[in-house]
Design a protein. Sequence first.
Length: 352
Amino acid sequence: MTVKVVLRKAGGVDCVGVQPMTVEHPRKGEVRIRVVYAGINFADLLMRMGFYQPRPDYPFTPGYEVSGTVDAIGEDVTGFAVGQRVVAAMRNGGQASFVNVTERRVILLPNDIPLDVAAATPVTYLTAHHMLHHLGHLESEHSVLVHGGAGGVGTAALQLCKWAGVTKIWATSSKGKHHVLTSYGARPIDRHKEDFGSVIKNETGGRGVDHILDPIGGEHLRKSLSTLAEGGRLYTYGLSAAAPTGKRSLLKALLALRKTPKFDPLRLMTRNRGVFGVHMGTWSNETVMHQQLERIMTGIQEGHLSPVIDRIFDASEVQAAHQHIHDAKNIGKVLLRFHDDEGSERGADNAA
């Protein structure tokens, strides 16, 4: 059966499931993709819980990234043919057996990049690359702190740092994931037992670091800002502090929002620091996105980048996938599978 994931309302993991879908013909300028893999990200969980914007009105289908094969092409589409292997970055709606995407958000896959690797790429690597390179102009002599270094964006950022020749890298995670951080040349910081601000200050002689990637938000963001070096850049791209478990808690969300710093432009000027808010789902310059995604694919082909896939769930297991990420069990990327590469649909059982 052809299915799509649906977030029915704001709440816990029981508010997400799969249901049958109608396959629509692509419109002018669109490519229809038979989805094999779709990425699942923490942003999807936050949208399910009602803590993330922008999002469509409930019920809706989430999903920012897919890989698969071209199934049909709309009017005026050039450069694509039915059966070609592709990867696409979407504004939403990717977690479905078939999706229609504007051709400007689709790129052809080299034969040596598997579909699962491709699906693990757009959100995590685009987000990390956009922060470090497009916004941050990362150079080899810079220093970097990556929060959540063992997650999808975290492992992507660490690999990009290594590719750029950066040697001064710190990353936070639970102690059980420190082996992942050290494998990419980072100095691990135990997020449960160590104060990252003190570690950075001590190990940089009080200078701080040039780049900090923070998906946590809340009070954590304030400490990150204070850990920046002169001329440093802080990138905020999530609010996991608002959803520490799979249960929806408005109180915890409100507390996280209340503790989020209000950035004072004068203070930022006098201290020569910058703050970027990053959400690739709302980034509208598709030319820049396309260029970055092509560079990332080149990095994969040349062996500089290697997407870390933690686990692949069938579409029907989407609730378990959400809980798996909530419980911080993943190292790297979590994917949903909608078709086998050979052609059969997945996830038709247990329709929502």
